[in-house]
Design a protein around this ligand. Structure first.
Ligand code: NAD
Ligand code: DAU
Length: 356
């Protein structure tokens, strides 16, 4: 028995692989293109583990995927591979269409051929689990109920539109071809190994470097925050017991405005690594021009996964953010290694001339 994980060198995928190998002995094959967001250093703790293997490649490469499926005969494929950053999708949507839509289509086609080659016992055990996002549901007003699995899809960014398209393809391959699929739509993850282009790691890294902490617009946009370890346990649970063709929303029951998130980080840094001048990191907050088309509020109703599969997050925001800040404080070398020239170019592209 083997599982195939795509995008396993990214933030959530690498946490998932480490967690998987800590929980069970089933081997993992990790296929990742190693874009700017893929980092094999995230997986240094499992390098050399005989249960773990890595292949560099693109989910859009049909010959490669079909060859891997035939050779390794996995009993599940978990698709994390994606272009995942909303701001990058605004600057350049092309890669998002290619990987998130065409790449997922390609995986589905490859798996369809592989599934047809299975015997009945293999077919009944096989799963294609597609990892998606709450952003496909669009933006909520303050008084709206949280997203449930029956909410209409109303994606607003090129990123969320590309994820929505991939979700529709996954659904269609179940209805049309009987592929045993599962889709999860989760909220904002945070935790170790998150690339410092996303809010939480960017704020920690910028604070420690004495740089501005850029708050888009008024900082009152709301997200639900899910500790990555909880996301990994939810995916394992859906893989084990999810009903075929169903979607499951995964959230942390932690709705918070961005500014509160930044203040929590600052309070922790003021406590754990105070600035040398005795001032608070609050001094570094800088309001900048808002993200175009910025969704105002996401909130997840994670009631279905709790009722049907008995899953609930174990981390509170307070415990999760403390662990996360401590992890970044303890991993200065990891931070320094991800700040390549390409990373600095990105910061320049997204933030220069953006003062509010
Ligand atoms: P990430 O950007 O950190 O990692 C993505 C990984 O996919 C990288 O390792 C990258 O090299 C790989 N990849 C990109 N294009 C590829 C391709 N064509 N072929 C093979 N590999 C490719 O992303 P993440 O934050 O770990 O997100 C993982 C998944 O979870 C994504 O599908 C994302 O849409 C979804 N998601 C993320 C969050 C979040 O808060 N981070 C929340 C909800 C859903
Ligand atoms: O909701 C799930 C989604 O969460 C995932 O599908 C995406 O892959 C993931 O990137 C994340 O998207 P967001 O756009 O919500 O995450 P990001 O960390 O980019 O931004 C979080 C909020 O913080 C958002 O309202 C924008 C704001 N922000 C972000 C950055 C990078 C700032 O105010 N300043 C910043 O510099």
């Amino acid at each position: 028995m083997t599982i195939l994980v795509t995008g396993g060198a990214g933030f959530i995928g690498s946490n998932f692989i480490i967690d998987w190998l800590a929980q069970c002995d089933e081997p993992v094959l990790n296929l990742d293109k190693l874009t700017y967001a893929g980092n094999l250093e995230n997986l240094s703790s499992v390098r050399g583990d005989p249960r773990y293997a890595f292949v560099q490649g693109d989910i859009g490469d049909r010959a490669l995927i079909e060859g891997l499926l035939q050779r390794h005969r996995p009993r599940a494929l978990i698709n994390f591979a994606a272009e995942s950053h909303v701001d990058r999708s605004i600057h350049g949507p092309g890669e998002f269409i290619q990987t998130n839509i065409v790449g997922t289509f390609n995986l589905l086609e490859s798996v369809r051929a592989y599934f047809a080659s299975m015997n009945d016992a293999e077919k009944s055990g096989f799963r294609f689990l597609h990892v998606s996002t709450d952003e496909v549901y669009g933006s909520l007003k303050a008084s709206d109920p949280a997203f449930s699995e029956t909410n209409r899809y109303e994606p607003n960014s090129p990123y969320s539109a590309s994820k929505a398209a991939s979700d529709h393809l996954v659904r269609a391959y179940h209805h049309t071809y009987g592929l045993p699929v599962l889709t999860t739509n989760c909220s904002n993850n945070y935790g170790p190994f998150q690339f410092p282009e996303k809010l939480i790691p960017l704020m920690i890294v910028n604070a420690l470097a004495g740089k501005p902490l850029p708050i888009y617009g008024d900082g009152q946009q709301i997200r639900d925050w899910l500790y990555v370890g909880d996301h990994c346990s939810a995916i394992r649970r859906v893989l084990d017991a999810g009903r075929l063709g169903e979607t499951y929303n995964i959230g942390g029951w932690n709705e918070k405005p961005n500014l509160d998130i930044v203040h929590s980080i600052i309070d922790l840094l003021d406590e754990l690594r105070p600035r040398q001048d005795g001032q608070s990191y609050r001094q570094q907050i800088a309001y900048v021009t808002d993200r175009p088309g910025h969704d105002r509020r996401y909130a997840i109703d994670a009631g279905k996964i709790e009722r049907e599969l008995g899953w609930r997050p174990v981390e509170t925001f307070e415990s999760g953010i403390r662990k996360t800040v401590q992890w970044y404080l303890d991993h200065a070398e990891w931070i320094s290694n991800v700040q390549s020239g390409a990373y600095r170019e990105w910061l320049d592209k997204n933030y220069s001339g953006r003062d509010a």
